[in-house]
Structure formats: C-alpha cells, structure tokens
Design a protein around this ligand. Structure first.
Ligand code: SF4
Ligand code: SF4
Length: 376
C-alpha cells in the first residue's frame, strides 16, 4: 500500500530540508550493535566486535529519544557489527523511520541469519512504502573463497539460501533493492573482478559495488593493493550499472558514483586532497553506545548522546565538536571512506561541476548503449 498524497508531500518537504539545510544532518550511520558472528580479517571494527555484547549498548527507548530529536534524514545506514544479531532490530528500524523518515535505508549484512532477515523485511517493507530499503550482502569471493575471506565456514551456502528468500520478497515488494558489495583488499584484488563477473552472471543483484579496505583492519597486510586492478574493477562496475540502471535521474546518481570512484582513486593512489569533507556536518555517525563521531576513520568523538539529553544536534553544537569540524577543514582531511566521499559529492559545492560533467557523459553513454541494444 502506498502513502497518501499529503503524507508524500510532507515527506518530500522533509527530504528537501535534510538535503539543503546546512544545520540538518542529511546522512546518519547508526551502529545497531558492535556484535558480529563473523571475524573477517579485513574488518575495521574488529577491536569493538571482540569485546562482545556491551552492557551499555543503547536500548530501544534511548534510540527513540535520539531519533525524536534528530530531524529528517535523506539517508540512514543501519550497520554494525552484524545488524541482524540484534534481536529487536525491526523495532529499532521502525523507531528511526517513524521519527526521521529517511528516503533511503541501507543495511549491510553478512546474510547469515536467513530467517531473521526474511521476517524483518516482511515487517518493515509494507510498513514504510515510501522508504527505499537497500539490503547489501557482503561477498568477497565465490564459494569456498568467500568462506575463507569471511573466516566463516558454510557462510557461502547460508548466503545463497538467504539470497533466494530475499530475491523472492523483492519480486513482490516495490521498495526493496538487493545489492552485493565486496571488500577490496590485497587478498582478493586479483580475483575480485572474476567474483563480480560471477555475481553479475549467476545472480540478479540490483547493484554491485566494492568497498576499498579502510581503517585499521585485523590483518594490516590486507591494506596494500594495486591501482590498475582497482581501475579495472571500477570500469566493470560502471559499465554494469549503465546496462542495468533504471532509477529516476539515473545518470545523475551514476555521476555521483563516478565522482566517488574518481576521488577515491586520487586520494588513495595520488595522495591528493580533492574536496572538503562534510563529515561531522551533513554526515554523522552514532555508535552503538551513543558516542557521536564525524566519521568512522578519525576515531574521535565530541561526546555521548546520554550526556546531552539524547540530542545529536546538542552534541554537534558543542564547542568540542565544532573544534573537530574545524580541524577536519584546516587539515584538509582525506581518506578512502566511500560513504563520506559520496556525501562530499552531494554536499560539497566544489564537487558540483565535476558531477554535472559526468552526469552529461553518463546520459550520452546511456543513449548510445540503448541505440546499440536496439540494433542488436
Ligand atoms: S561481517 Fe562485517 S562486521 Fe562482521 S566481522 Fe565481517 S566485516 Fe566485520
Ligand atoms: S576525510 Fe575521511 S577521515 Fe577525514 S573527516 Fe572525512 S571521512 Fe573522516
């Protein structure tokens, strides 16, 4: 069932405010839990995961207080740890959606908990028809390779079972997108292209993507990687999304992706500063115990929502947080965190000329692909 017209208008205005109001967070990443049933060698959150269940993990009633005071969001990412480890994950999601009405919700998952994932989607999809849910399966290799990369025997088989169930749901729902994302590390940089080709051939994921290894992984040797291999992967992903992309304004969204790849390449392989980072302003992280961070990389926090009456805006308005934001600006901070790079493409005016040029070239590429398809 779709929302009524007045509800859609209200939501549209909320989304607009979240996009254009410089004082309103547009993109929130919420760590549902630090817990995870896997122990991946490339995981940047491994030290927190190793601590197990935290006694001070935010409770549902606390999350409700945070969401109530946050204002509207464009994008909400519900991550961890493994989000589906948390027993009340559906209730947590409902709370955010009821108060912040995000246009897009992204949920990365290792896809182990088939029953929970299916029950969760059957619960939230019909309840929030105007929100686009993007479930992203983490896949780093095919079959036994995936099990090895994820340090989880049997995980490939579980993932395939979950895929079949979510795929069936996707055919009925209009607000579910099913994607796959591969961590790009030194261990799979020479096999990742064939992994993506197999995912493209044998599955029907809406989008495929890669996440460049970041932070302090459990195995630091995984950080090294090759520029040429990365660029080959990027070319494959761009061609695939051109072939399959059907979203409204798709050339524009693809241009944002293109700028993200381009900026990541310049930062990582040329050690270049590309654009000011909006982390701490339009993009904010709330950890599983309520610490507010500008991003996942710097490891800094100006405070915990529990000490600010559960108000994220109050933490962001604090002198300590303003100093962090100022330091990010003054030091011309740069990194490979794709979520921040994409947020910069959306909210840093310095990126707009490049986004506009790439949107035009994506439009031309789409037109020529259509002509070629019609001829063949
Ligand atoms: S599944 Fe994700 S959160 Fe869990 S250990 Fe692996 S990378 Fe980390
Ligand atoms: S550039 Fe990276 S490390 Fe620096 S503030 Fe932005 S997301 Fe954080």
């Amino acid at each position: 069932m779709s929302d009524s017209l007045p509800t859609r208008v209200r939501r549209g205005l909320s989304t607009l405010r979240s996009l254009v109001d410089p004082e309103q967070v547009g993109y929130l990443i919420f760590y549902v839990t630090n817990r995870c049933n896997f122990r991946c060698a490339h995981c940047f959150y491994h030290a927190e995961i190793a601590k197990g269940r935290k006694p001070d993990e935010l409770r549902l009633d606390e999350i409700e207080r945070i969401a109530r005071g946050l204002g509207p969001l464009v994008q909400l990412s519900l991550t961890g740890g493994e989000p589906f480890v948390r027993e009340d994950f559906a209730a947590v999601t409902r709370t955010w959606l009821e108060h912040c009405a995000p246009r897009f919700v992204t949920i990365p998952t290792n896809a182990w908990f088939s029953d929970r994932i299916e029950a969760y989607l059957e619960d939230v999809l019909p309840a929030f028809p105007s929100t686009a849910f993007r479930v992203v399966f983490s896949i780093d290799g095919i079959g036994a390779d995936h099990d090895t990369f994820r340090s989880a025997p049997g995980s490939w088989e579980r993932l395939c079972g979950t895929y079949a169930r979510v795929d069936a749901l996707r055919r009925r729902a209009t607000n579910l997108v099913l994607d796959a994302n591969a961590a790009y590390t030194a261990r799979n940089e020479h096999t990742i292209l064939s992994t993506l080709e197999a995912l493209d051939r044998d599955f029907s994921f809406d989008n495929l993507s890669v996440t460049y290894i970041r932070g302090n992984p459990r195995d630091p040797d995984l950080r090294t990687s090759s520029r040429d291999a990365y660029l080959r992967v990027v070319e494959f992903l761009k061609a695939r999304s051109r072939r399959r992309e059907k979203r409204f304004l798709s050339p524009l969204w693809r241009a944002v992706d293109d700028v993200t790849y381009e900026h990541l390449t310049r930062v990582v392989f040329e050690d270049e500063f590309v654009s000011p980072c909006v982390a701490g302003r339009k993009l904010v992280i709330v950890g599983e115990t309520g610490d507010v961070h500008p991003c996942e990389i710097l490891g800094v926090s100006a405070g915990n929502v529990r000490d600010h009456d559960y108000s994220v805006p109050a933490v962001l308005a604090s002198a300590a947080h303003r100093r962090i934001v100022e330091t990010i600006r003054e030091t011309r901070c740069k990194c490979s965190f794709e979520c921040a790079i994409a947020a910069n493409a959306v909210w840093s005016p310095e990126s707009y000329p490049r986004v506009a040029r790439l949107a035009l070239s994506e439009l031309r590429a789409t037109a020529s692909t259509s002509v070629t398809e019609r001829k063949t």
